[in-house]
Write a protein that binds this ligand. Structure first.
Ligand SMILES: [Zn+2]
Length: 57
């Protein structure tokens, strides 16, 4: 099985390695395992994450 080449991505807030296996399609969310920040996958080429703002706690 071939996996798409996905760059390693670090949390811009705390620098922790993000688990990109959660993000397979545009619109998927990735949670930082360290600080809990959420990021939305907005593009696959290039692989781009944008901060996801959770309006309600
Ligand atoms: Zn973080």
């Amino acid at each position: 099985m071939s996996q798409p080449a996905i760059q390693d991505q670090e949390c811009p807030d705390c620098g922790a390695q993000l688990d990109l296996s959660q993000a397979e399609a545009v619109g998927d969310l990735v949670d930082c395992p360290n600080c809990g920040a959420a990021f939305e996958l907005v593009a696959l080429a290039p692989f781009t994450l944008a901060p996801f703002v959770d309006e309600e706690k």
